[in-house]
Write a protein that binds this ligand. Structure first.
Ligand code: GTQ
Length: 352
C-alpha cells in the first residue's frame, strides 16, 4: 500500500471539511473557524473612506435640485452625502447619515416625527426656521440645532434667500437595530407655542428652571447659536486652552447632566489658531467635519483634504489624521462617540 502524499492528504481534508460545511449549512450552521479572523479583527476595519464635499459643487447641484422637485413634494429636499465606498447605502459612515437640505423662499417641509435623531448645522442663508417641539428656531450660519428622537419638526423659509444646512442623522444605526418608526401630522406646520430661543434662554445659562427634568437623555436646548458659542472659542484661545490635536474646542452638552447633547451623536466646535499644526490623532468614531471659518487641510491615511468655508469632510474610524491651517479657522465636528462610550467600546490614541 502506498502512503498518500501530504498534498493529497491536504486535498482530501479540504474536501472532507467542505462536505461537512455543506451538511451543516442545511441546519443553518456555519464554521466560525473559517471566518474568525475577519469578524474578530485585531484592529478596526472600515469600509468608510476619507472624502470631501466642496461647497461650490454642493451649492450648484443643490440649486438644480430646486428646479427638479419642490420641498413639499420631496418631503425633505436633501442631497445625501454618500461615502464614496458606500454608494447606495444612504450614509457617510457606517453608523451616520449626512445630507444637505435646501428650503427655497416661501417653501415648507411638512411636520413629521421619527425615531432617528437629527442635527442641523446651518451653512447658508438667514432667517429660515426649523420648528422643533413647539419652538421655532430661526437659523443663522454656524447654528447647531437639535431634533431629538420622536420630536415633531418642520422647516420653512419666509426669508428672501435659499437656506441650506447640513443634516446628520443616526438613521443607519436605528436601522441597524431595526427600530425605525415615523409619523406625519395633519397640519404641515406645527403650532409654535414657545418663544423663539426659549430653550436656550431657559437651560443654557448656568441656571435651570425649577423642576427641570433630571433624567432627560438628551439636551433640552433646541438651538445652540453660533453667536453664543463662537465667543467661548475666542476665550479659550486667549487663555491658551488649546489641545495639540483639536485646537481650542468646546463640546455641545446636555446642561442637565453634562453629557452629550444627544445620546447617539456627539458634536464639537473647535478653533484652530493661525499657523496651527495638529499632532496625529485617531479614535474609533468616524467623524464628519464642517469648515465654518477660514480654511486649511487635514491629512488622513496619506490623503490630503483641502477645505474652505462650508466644505464637509469625513474621517473614517481609527485612521490617523491631523489638521493644519495657516489662517485662524473654525471646524464643527460630529460623530457616534456617545453610543460607543455608553457601550464601553470607544477608544482614542494620541501621538506621543
Ligand atoms: O429634516 O426631517 O436629511 O427626516 C433626512 C430625513 C432630514 C428632516 C434628512 C429627515 C430629515
Amino acid at each position: 500500500m502506498s502512503t498518500p502524499t501530504a498534498e493529497a492528504a491536504g486535498h482530501n481534508l479540504k474536501a472532507v471539511r467542505q462536505s461537512y460545511y455543506d451538511k451543516i449549512e442545511k441546519f443553518d450552521m456555519a464554521p466560525l473557524w473559517e471566518v474568525l479572523k475577519d469578524v474578530v479583527t485585531k484592529e478596526p476595519i472600515t469600509k468608510c473612506v476619507p472624502a470631501i464635499w466642496k461647497y461650490s459643487d454642493v451649492e450648484r447641484l443643490m440649486a438644480e435640485a430646486g428646479e427638479v422637485i419642490t420641498a413639499d413634494e420631496a418631503e425633505r429636499r436633501v442631497l445625501v452625502l454618500e461615502n464614496p465606498n458606500l454608494h447606495g447605502q444612504t450614509r457617510i459612515t457606517n453608523s451616520l447619515f449626512a445630507g444637505i437640505q435646501m428650503i427655497l423662499p416661501g417653501e415648507t417641509a411638512p411636520a413629521h416625527q421619527h425615531v432617528s435623531s437629527a442635527i442641523r448645522f446651518v451653512l447658508d442663508g438667514e432667517g429660515a426656521y426649523t420648528a422643533v417641539e413647539g419652538e421655532k428656531a430661526m437659523m443663522s450660519p454656524g447654528d447647531f440645532i437639535l431634533t431629538p428622537n420622536w420630536a415633531p419638526h418642520d422647516h420653512g423659509n419666509h426669508s428672501p434667500k435659499p437656506m441650506l444646512w447640513l443634516d446628520v442623522l443616526d438613521m443607519p444605526t436605528v436601522n441597524h437595530f431595526e427600530t425605525s418608526f415615523a409619523g406625519h401630522f395633519d397640519e404641515a406646520m406645527q403650532n409654535t407655542s414657545r418663544q423663539d430661543g426659549d430653550s436656550l434662554e431657559r437651560y443654557g445659562s448656568g441656571v435651570m428652571p425649577d423642576g427641570a427634568p433630571v433624567h432627560l437623555k438628551r439636551s433640552p436646548i433646541i438651538n445652540y447659536t453660533y453667536a453664543r458659542t463662537r465667543p467661548i472659542l475666542e476665550r479659550l484661545k486667549k487663555a491658551g486652552d488649546i489641545d495639540p490635536s483639536h485646537g481650542a474646542r468646546v463640546r455641545y452638552v446636555n446642561p442637565i447632566n453634562g453629557g452629550w447633547a444627544l445620546p447617539t451623536m456627539g458634536a464639537h466646535l473647535a478653533l484652530l489658531p493661525e499657523g496651527f499644526k495638529g499632532v496625529d490623532y485617531r479614535s474609533t468614531d468616524g467623524t464628519i467635519f464642517v469648515c465654518v471659518e477660514g480654511g486649511g487641510s487635514t491629512t488622513v491615511d496619506g490623503k490630503v483634504l483641502e477645505w474652505g468655508p462650508k466644505d464637509v469632510f469625513v474621517i473614517p474610524p481609527w485612521k490617523k489624521y491631523s489638521h493644519r491651517v495657516s489662517k485662524e479657522s473654525v471646524l464643527f465636528s460630529i460623530s457616534d462617540r456617545p453610543m460607543q462610550e455608553v457601550l464601553g467600546i470607544w477608544r482614542e490614541a494620541k501621538a506621543a
